[in-house]
Design a protein around this ligand. Structure first.
Ligand code: DGT
Ligand code: MG
Length: 378
């Protein structure tokens, strides 16, 4: 719609889960700036500010045209004073002074480098910075005790911080399929996370595993991990009981099944040969014979096992984006008096669990139009 002044005015619903957010983004300059401020807030334990910047960026992602004038933003939801100031600065001066100074700040740079080590969160990085550790060399020279995850993270730092391509994700997918088929025929593997949303690269590869017969998935994760380990595919793995009670999933809690949900954080060793077998023709790494470079790379892989009764909730909960998930739970709680998690949907008014065997049914329970994965890139 166009107003009298012939400025394009946009109308956008306020929850990200009410919107269709594709990967096509006409406002990357603005959303990159707001995302950087969000990241800085998250790394500084200011979660509220982080969410505010993420919500503002997500609104700009659905606009059909580049924003050129502040008047176009009138009436849009989720654009707080701070985000508007950043946008105005960029429109008027070509850059935001706050974003530029954040990028340059020693603290932000150190937080980025240190949390780039797999197994290191914002809290640990902050402690190290207070102890004078700002980079990997200082970390190595310090006599900090690192846990197993952090040691693997440091050892494979460059590989893990290099984006994973779709071709690499597919190659890993074939290996996981083979592992699962070997230990439990009939079990199903689904690519989740950013790659399910159509992203062409990611920071890791995520898979959800289930079996069509309830109960057959019990004890599956250790078997998959053993198979992968015996074939030499794992550089690191840690399998956990689903940390449901520790997570921010809220109170939706299907008591009988919750201890069946298992997760494995791993680092895969992906051979260039595996990648070629999976259909990639060209290899970008030099072979061992060519120049002494290693013919493999480390890739972060997350595996989740869910019982079939919770599969739709797990699929919806693990497809992302993180903001889309957060907004779904906020919608459920604030607009529907329901509690949504990766395990279940609970109606707090009727005091009952709402069953679902597909993502479509969950959106319907929530009174939302169905949004396919490719349009959940909020
Ligand atoms: P990426 O990997 O950076 O390219 O992007 P995504 O979207 O794949 O992000 P990722 O891999 O961190 O997480 C995938 C989705 O899984 C994300 O939307 C939220 C969900 N997720 C991640 N960790 C947890 C968790 O601990 N509990 C639950 N319930 N969900 C999680
Ligand atoms: Mg991912």
């Amino acid at each position: 719609p166009t107003n009298e002044a012939e400025v394009e005015v946009f109308s956008v619903p306020s929850y990200a889960c009410q919107r269709r957010t594709t990967l096509e983004n006409r406002n990357t300059v603005l959303t990159d700036a707001l995302s950087l401020l969000a990241e800085n807030a998250e790394l500084s334990a200011e979660e509220g500010r982080g969410v505010a910047f993420r919500r503002a960026a997500a609104v700009l992602k659905v606009l059909p045209e580049p924003v050129t004038d502040m008047t176009q933003l009138r009436g849009l939801p989720c654009l707080g004073e701070h985000s508007l100031r950043v946008i105005k600065d960029i429109l008027e001066n070509g850059a935001s002074s706050e974003v530029e100074s954040t990028k340059q700040s020693e603290r932000f740079k150190a937080l980025k480098v240190l949390t780039g080590v797999f197994g290191v969160g914002a809290k640990t990085a902050d402690r190290w910075i207070r102890e004078g550790i700002h980079d990997l060399q200082q970390l190595k020279d310090s006599r900090q005790t690192l846990n197993r995850a952090q040691r693997a993270g440091l050892e494979h730092y460059d590989d893990i911080n290099q984006p994973v391509s779709k071709a690499e994700a597919d190659a890993i997918g074939e290996i996981v399929e083979e592992a699962v088929a070997s230990v439990l025929p009939g079990a199903q593997v689904t690519l989740i996370g950013g790659f399910r949303r159509g992203k062409l690269s990611g920071h890791d590869v995520d898979f959800l595993i289930t079996h069509p017969e309830e109960g057959r998935e019990v004890g599956l994760m250790p078997k998959i991990v053993s198979w992968l380990e015996s074939q030499g595919f794992l550089l690191y793995q840690k399998t956990t009981r689903n940390s449901y009670l520790e997570s921010d999933d809220g109170p939706a809690r299907p008591c009988s099944n919750m201890d069946r949900f298992e997760r494995c954080f791993s680092v895969f060793k992906l051979d260039e040969d595996e990648k070629r077998r999976a259909g990639q023709t060209q290899s970008h790494h030099a072979s061992a014979e060519d120049g002494g470079l290693k013919p493999w790379r480390a890739v972060r892989v997350d595996l989740v096992v869910s019982p079939i009764s919770q599969f739709a909730f797990a699929l919806l909960g693990w497809t992302g984006s993180k903001l889309f998930e957060r907004e779904l739970r906020r919608w459920a709680g604030h607009e529907k008096t329901m509690s949504l998690s990766s395990h279940a949907l609970y109606d707090n008014t009727q005091r009952t669990y709402l069953r679902a065997t597909s993502e479509e049914e969950i959106f319907a329970h929530l009174g939302l139009d169905y949004i396919p994965p490719s349009e959940r890139n909020a």
